[in-house]
Write a protein that binds this ligand. Structure first.
Ligand SMILES: O=C(O)CCC(=O)C(=O)O
Length: 274
């Protein structure tokens, strides 16, 4: 047998050499400790355009007053008050509102196609309310519990509200899409008091893009605010002018949730919406 002597090491074959097209060790080079990595060098090339990152959504879940932004339209401010109604009271209020409010499902027409709102609603107030080309007729017959809640919020906030839009999200499939409460009849920089009962749902906010973005919301600031049983959320200042909000559908099952949004509506003849 032929012996190969190299630095004194014994290189004589110990087993028959297998001749095959496959390499003896079929593992890729990076998995073999004993083999050097490929000689190809990684060269970092600076991207010609600045990379833009989609910002992660912030979460607001602690009580407090938050200044969301400042702009030519003013300061956008929200005030989160969890436990505004204690949970025991909120329990019976929820049941009563679920039973007694005259809930109805409205139909929208968009681009000649009609579809039902994915939630039930009801309107209270001396004046009608028009949004998304739907008009809610005046309904001055305030339920006594709604009057109590309105007065409690008025005492706490110092505002006087004259109207209320009630939303019932029957389950996880109900939702409200991105919008601002910026109808002319709400006046400039409206204050809105939003009181939630029942299942916790996420209230999402996104900043309206600057004119250079041409309506693209990809890189705008976003916030998530879990609204649970008895929580009051106040939206003030330029919040409706500079931000949008929604309550998205959920992937997991959710029980019913009621949201009451107290508003101040002006008669259109007042001209405050200009
Ligand atoms: O259900 C909510 O918390 C939001 C309702 C809402 O966006 C609205 O009534 O305009």
């Amino acid at each position: 047998m032929r012996r190969i002597e190299l630095d004194g090491a014994d290189w004589s074959p110990k087993a028959p050499v297998v001749s095959s097209l496959a390499p003896a060790d079929a593992r890729p080079a990076w998995m073999r400790k004993d083999q050097p990595h490929t000689q190809k060098q990684f060269v970092f090339e600076k991207p010609s355009e600045v990379e833009r990152r989609v910002p992660e959504a912030g979460v607001i879940d602690k009580p407090g007053v938050y200044e969301l932004s400042k702009g030519p339209t003013g300061i956008s401010r929200i005030h989160l008050i969890p436990g505004f109604i204690d949970s025991e009271q909120a329990d019976w209020m929820f049941e009563q509102l679920l039973q007694d409010i005259p809930w109805g499902q409205r139909t929208h027409i968009r681009q000649e196609v009609s579809f039902e709102e994915p939630r039930l609603t009801s309107w209270y107030g001396e004046l009608p309310y028009t949004y998304s080309r739907i008009t809610m007729q005046p309904n001055p017959n305030w339920h006594p519990l709604l009057t109590v809640l309105k007065e409690r919020i008025e005492e706490f906030t110092g505002y006087t509200f004259n109207s209320l839009l009630c939303n019932l999200y029957r389950n996880e499939k109900d939702s409200v899409d991105w919008h601002s409460d910026d109808e002319p009849s709400l006046g400039k920089n409206p204050t809105i008091a939003s009181l939630s009962f029942g299942a916790t749902r996420t209230f999402e906010m996104r900043k309206k893009p600057s004119p250079e973005e041409n309506g693209d919301y990809t890189y705008v600031e976003r916030l998530k605010i879990p609204l649970d049983h008895g929580t009051l959320l106040m939206m003030e200042g330029a919040t409706q002018a500079d931000w949008q909000h929604r309550v998205p559908k959920e992937y997991h099952s959710r029980d019913a949730r009621i949201n009451l949004t107290f508003r101040i509506i002006y008669p259109e003849s007042d001209g405050v919406w200009e």
